[in-house]
Design a protein around this ligand. Structure first.
Ligand SMILES: [Zn+2]
Length: 327
């Protein structure tokens, strides 16, 4: 199981990271444990006394992205929220926990019972405590893996960005149908797509969002950390925890720009082709080779230096790069 947790606080983004088991890029990349194209719709589990608008916004973001990237699964989406006292009743809470444990553990009754005893991994408790979270949890101990998108108190996300959270999280489901990528490419790819598709649907402005990301990426002190340090966030966690404060700046914000650079450097400069051509290339010789081939770089260091140069460019030049990117 893996989950990367992105919470919002009043003063900006705070990040929580849970890592457990073969989740790090390059580890445990068993093809039978990947998401597959499916005919089935995602299953939604939610407490229906929580205002429906949050569910509708998230579903719209997810559906938009399913249309764009293809319908991958099996996928369960949990929307658990409390604006007033919707989760006060144990009956409401238990229904969610029961569905969660049964979806997750299927026929393995002992595991279901264990999950129920643990109250479904404290899902409802976190919602009752007022936590705001959105993450993909990838359950790969089953024969057929299951993707769970968990949204806790989504009303806590700043509004236009709730649309794009659905896009971002579903992009991770799509990524799970392919070979693993480094953290910056995983988060950057999801973030870039969220901005790009979000703009197509007039939820947010692509250029403004990318500008915001550039500002964040540039806040990192030169020489202290860069994109290359966020190839494996699990390793950062263990070996250099002081750099974790840059998780958002580098994996998400710089990552989105790194993806923009790759698309810009590709033959077609097309966002769609990045999704359909780049991701399958990962299986040929791994992500480093895919990045080099797709962007026309001699080696991965050439890519990282080109990216560092891109960060130094004046804003006008950076925007030029975005404007030649094609659909
Ligand atoms: Zn993410």
């Amino acid at each position: 199981m893996t989950s990367v947790n992105l919470k919002t606080g009043g003063l900006g983004w705070m990040l929580w990271l849970f890592l457990a088991g073969g989740v790090v890029a390059g580890m445990g990349d068993d093809k039978s444990k990947r998401m597959v194209l499916t005919e089935s719709d995602p299953e939604y589990v939610r407490n229906e006394n929580y205002p429906e608008k949050w569910f509708r916004v998230l579903r719209k973001g997810i559906d938009t992205t399913r249309e764009y990237l293809g319908n991958y699964g099996p996928l369960c989406v949990y929307i658990i929220g409390q604006e007033k006292d919707e989760l006060k009743s144990d009956a409401v809470a238990d229904r969610i926990i029961e569905a969660y444990c049964r979806n997750r553990h299927g026929e393995a009754e002992d595991r279901v019972q264990d999950c129920l005893r643990r109250k479904g991994g404290s899902l409802v408790e976190r919602a009752r405590d007022g936590s705001t979270e959105a993450y993909l949890s990838y359950v790969d101990f089953l024969d057929k893996p299951l993707a769970e998108l968990v949204f806790i108190n989504p009303h806590g996300f700043p509004m236009p960005y709730l649309h794009t959270r659905g896009i971002h999280e579903y992009a991770h489901v799509f990524q799970r149908a392919h070979a693993r990528t480094p953290t910056w490419l995983t988060e950057g790819g999801a973030e870039f797509l969220a901005f790009y598709l979000g703009d197509k649907h007039d939820w947010i402005d692509f250029e403004k969002s990318m500008e915001g990301s550039m500002r964040m990426a540039r806040k990192v002190k030169k020489g202290e950390a860069s994109l290359i340090d966020f190839e494996d966030v699990g390793k950062i966690e263990k070996e250099r925890p002081h750099l974790k404060k840059y998780y958002r700046h580098l994996a998400y914000d710089a990552g989105a720009w790194a993806v923009a650079l790759l698309i810009h450097r590709s033959e077609s400069r097309s966002v769609k082709q990045f999704m359909t051509k780049f991701y399958p290339m990962l299986d040929e010789k791994g992500w480093r080779s895919a990045v080099c081939r797709y962007g026309g770089y001699g080696d991965i260091n050439a890519f990282y230096s080109a990216f560092a140069k891109q960060l130094e460019q004046p804003e006008k030049e950076q925007m030029k790069l975005l404007r030649v990117i094609k659909p």
